[in-house]
Design a binder for this molecule. Structure first.
Ligand SMILES: *Cc1c(COP(=O)(O)O)cnc(C)c1O
Length: 459
């Protein structure tokens, strides 16, 4: 084996958390209790938890030490000052509005920028991001390149914005009805796919021509930066830090979920360059989150986030993370399992359409595949397909082209041996794929239905 192909852990284990080893019978009872929705399983039911990389990170000893320095002053916390200084230094934005997590920042950004009737273009939607845009009266328009919707396309920057689609939207509705363009780095629902620096620059230039702002969804910006370093000519010798700084010269602000590339368990922020927008944001943060110097986080949370952001700039950290995800992806590809290619930054995505071609999309093949993988092995994954996409204004399902199951790798939590178990379990499900039928709703909540919906198998 190539010694360097999959980088070994650049950390060692200092504390452990036992995980539940269950029998098939226990798992059958558990998935029924959970209404065939892996979101509704409990930790005691789960062996390897690949539901999400959100808030599931292992913090470093340095971050844990930072918790002890929490300054819980109601106002003017020194941990906020550290967080603010860190974001200014490492990301380069002028103003920082702390929030309890990413969607808190999305709520505030959407409220201060969107008027009813506006359009917000984005490189594919994200669930909470689009929900806030729509709640404020905007229509979302997908302007990602076509390759992003094709799980077989090996485009190295599948998250890129299609500039022609952006131009066409501007021509159609007028720049004054587009308050900002939302550019996600990386694109979660496309499979954790990155955006190239050249594309970020081109989008910003086009936006500036029309006086439209660019707001990045910075949630996995470090993964994006590492892909740029690995794939984009001219960046191979730049540091992650240098790449991040350049990325943000092509934005007017960003929303950030600290629970992902911030390597913490809770937290987030909105960062802005425009002072007037910052003033508007601070007047809303007190309504929804808390004082502008804590925004729903404790002092200790802010300290851990500030330290996490700094650690995330370490090339060894991020290169190992991408290697772990690639390792799982390569094992599945070798076994002929249909997955989204190329392998993305935070997760491997199984293509449920190809896995279960006999199950129609409105019988929820990805939801069923997630349940089958759990039954097989105790591995918890999540649906990213028709259930996540929800319904349009007239009540019809959105039918996304991608019908996926996401195997999401938490940061610094599992070893390559755990990923071997996951690969074997997926292969077993693939062997048994012809015996599996779809699901139907038993309970369907009106918004963000994937979190709490319940199902039963179709006989
Ligand atoms: C998780 C996520 C969010 C929302 O952040 P939360 O901290 O979960 O509220 C927004 N955008 C993307 C791309 C995400 O992955």
């Amino acid at each position: 084996m190539d010694y360097n192909k999959y980088m070994a852990e650049p950390y060692k284990i200092k504390m452990v958390e036992p995980i539940a080893v269950t029998t098939r019978e226990q798992r059958e009872a558990a998935i029924r209790r959970a209404g065939w929705n892996t979101f509704l399983l409990t930790t005691d039911d789960v062996y390897i938890d690949l539901l999400t990389d959100s808030g599931t990170n292992a913090m470093s000893d340095n971050q844990w030490a930072g918790l002890m320095l929490g300054d819980e002053a109601y106002s003017g916390s020194r941990n906020f000052r550290n967080l603010e200084a860190t974001v200014r230094e490492l990301y380069g934005f002028k103003y920082v509005v702390p929030t309890h997590q990413g969607r808190g920042a999305e709520n505030i950004l959407s409220q201060i920028m969107i008027k009813p009737g506006d359009y917000v273009p984005g490189n594919m939607y994200f669930t909470t991001t689009r929900a806030h845009q729509e709640l404020n009266g905007a229509t979302f328009r997908d302007i990602i390149i076509d390759e992003a919707h094709d799980p077989e396309s090996e485009h190295p920057f599948k998250g890129n914005v299609d500039l022609d689609k952006l131009q066409a939207l501007i021509d159609e509705v007028g720049a004054e009805r587009i308050p900002y363009i939302c550019v996600a780095v990386t694109v979660n629902l496309a499979g954790g796919q990155p955006v190239s620096m050249a594309n970020l620059k081109a989008v910003y230039e086009l936006a500036q021509k029309y006086n439209i702002k660019v707001m990045m969804d910075a949630t996995r910006c470090v993964e994006n930066a590492c892909f740029i370093k690995h794939r984009e000519p001219g960046y191979e010798n730049k540091t992650i830090q240098e790449i991040i700084r350049e990325m943000y010269t092509y934005a007017d602000g960003c929303t950030m979920s600290g629970k992902k590339d911030g390597i913490v368990n809770i937290g987030g922020f909105l960062a802005l360059n425009d002072e007037e927008l910052y003033q508007k944001a601070t007047s809303l943060v007190v309504v929804y989150e808390g004082m502008p110097s804590y925004g729903g986080m404790t002092g200790r949370d802010m300290e851990a986030l500030a330290r996490g952001i700094r650690e995330s700039m370490d090339y060894n950290f991020i290169a190992h993370r991408l290697a772990q995800v690639q390792y799982l992806g390569d094992k599945l590809i070798e076994a002929g399992i249909p997955v989204v290619k190329p392998i993305g930054g935070h997760a491997v995505f199984l293509d449920a359409r190809q896995f279960y071609p006999h199950i129609p999309q409105d019988e929820f093949p990805a939801q069923m595949l997630a349940a089958q993988l759990y039954l097989e092995s105790g591995v918890r994954s999540m649906e990213r397909g028709i259930i996540s996409a929800g319904r349009d204004k007239s009540g019809n399902h959105y039918y996304p082209k991608l019908e996926l199951v996401r195997l999401t790798i938490p940061r610094r939590v599992y070893t390559y041996a755990h990923l071997d178990v996951v690969a074997e379990a997926v292969k077993e499900c693939y062997k048994n794929r012809n015996n599996v039928k779809g699901l139907r709703f038993v309970y369907e909540p009106p918004v963000l239905r994937f979190f709490t919906a319940r199902f039963e198998p179709i006989e």
